[in-house]
Design a protein around this ligand. Structure first.
Ligand code: HEM
Length: 404
């Protein structure tokens, strides 16, 4: 099969993936910028196969795939820095386990649950500000779905309010199809420079935050974190910890506003946890995870993928696979029987922030729709402009009317 060009200008990544799957099957060759060859796997079965066999350096069971990056990154890709970064997503085995266990302590379900009152308070403050808006139409991305996750993750890690715009701006630049390589290098450099100075400052002025906890862990005699590891942890968590949630909240608002029956059912049954799970399945903000590489030629659904070829593993594709979720797989439907989805991935790299993302999204959505019972889109669904990259996707703006 001839490789298809990817990304496709003017098309959202989720649409490209679905179209490729319908036209070419669940394992297809693609050509990325810089003539880098790769494969897209996009059915539930194939995505599950790759992620379940990920982690060659983990000792249990022989596995075929690794996230260890092997240098095949398209040279001028904005997300190059993310792929090449020295962080959790690109590690395997003992290195990965060690780092992950250090950060994991911060994100246990119990610790995350204790954040609920503060997240509710931040949400209510933003909703109060929204209620004071005089304009007939407001942008919910700007006023709500973006500031909340940025504020939560930055507060957790002790990033002062006045400096949060930089985290957001750099992330926006790094995760956009339209960013030039020069802009991406500049944004990545700015973020790294900021974080290095921030960590230094925190050493002198410890606070009640996770950066201070990590610095203490770094200074312990036991399992030391190097300065570089520390920097990359913050780099990844500050980006992964907000961009994904910003888009998930906005994608869900669109799904609910365009299907009043679903919104009414969510309100009536107070089933916001189910709303979030259904969004993670069918409207996820993360379309693909970072490349995986087979360590030997491997058969995936009847196609041989050669050792070392980068694989784009589409969890968005898996979530809308008709073979798994039925003919109405693409429909957002909170009444469907809850079924395992791969919205937070699977295997060693399963999302570390899943409990936080679930909590935050549930509080945000339930509070928003409770406060504004008349809330509706002020544009047609097909007029919404999406920010889309190889990894994430969500509306750039979400114009809504709040009152009657
Ligand atoms: C990993 C999705 C929110 C931190 C992942 C992965 C997915 C994902 C699919 C697996 C990546 C892979 O296999 O390569 C999401 C979604 C979110 C969300 C859909 C929100 C709706 C968060 C939040 C944090 C976070 C709030 C905050 C800390 C991470 C980290 C990893 C990760 C650190 C890397 C884990 C590892 O490599 O061991 N996320 N995420 N995520 N996520 Fe999330």
């Amino acid at each position: 099969m001839e490789p298809r060009q990817m990304p496709v200008p003017g098309e959202r990544t989720s649409e490209t993936i679905r179209r490729f799957r319908d036209e070419g099957g669940s394992v297809i060759p693609v050509e990325l910028p810089g003539k880098v060859g790769a494969w897209v796997v996009s059915s539930y079965e194939t995505v599950d196969q790759v992620l379940a066999n990920d982690g060659i350096l983990y000792s249990k069971n022989p596995r075929n795939f690794t996230a260890l990056h092997d240098g095949t990154v398209p040279p001028d890709w904005p997300i190059r820095q993310l792929i090449e970064g020295d962080h959790l997503l690109t590690k395997d085995g003992a290195d990965h386990r060690r780092l992950r266990s250090l950060i994991n302590r911060a994100f246990t379900p119990a610790r995350v649950q204790s954040l609920a009152p503060r997240i509710q308070q931040m949400t209510d403050e933003l909703l109060d500000e929204l209620a004071d808006e005089k304009a007939d139409v407001v942008d919910l991305v700007w006023h709500f779905s973006e500031p909340l996750p940025v504020a939560v993750i930055c507060e957790l890690f002790g990033v002062p309010e006045g400096e949060r715009y930089l985290i957001r701006a750099c992330t926006n630049t790094l995760l956009s199809h339209t960013t030039t390589p020069e802009e991406a290098i500049k944004a990545g450099g700015e973020l790294t420079g900021y974080l290095a100075a921030f960590i230094e400052r925190k050493r002198g002025e410890p606070g009640d935050d996770l950066t201070t906890d990590l610095i203490r862990a770094q200074e312990d005699d036991g399992d030391r974190l190097s300065d570089n590891e520390m920097l990359w942890i913050l780099w990844l968590v500050l980006i992964a910890g907000h961009e994904t949630t910003v888009h998930l909240i906005a994608n869900t608002i669109v799904a609910l506003c365009t299907d009043p029956g679903q919104l009414a059912a969510a309100r009536k049954d107070d089933s916001w946890a189910q709303v979030v799970e259904e969004a993670l399945r069918s409207r996820n903000s993360v379309i693909n995870v970072l490349f995986r590489y087979p360590i030997q030629d491997v058969n995936v659904a009847g196609t041989t993928i050669p050792a070392g070829d980068p694989i784009i593993v589409s969890i968005g594709g898996a979530g809308t696979d008709r073979a798994r979720f039925g003919d109405a797989a693409g429909r957002f439907d909170i009444a469907r029987e809850p079924e395992a989805h791969l919205g937070f991935g699977r295997g060693p790299h399963f999302c570390l922030g899943a409990p936080l993302a679930r909590l935050e999204s549930r509080i945000a959505l339930s509070s928003l729709f409770a406060r504004f019972p008349e809330l509706r889109l002020a544009v047609r669904e097909d007029e919404i402009v999406y920010s889309t990259s190889l990894i994430t996707e969500g509306p750039v703006e979400l114009p809504v009317a709040l009152g009657p």
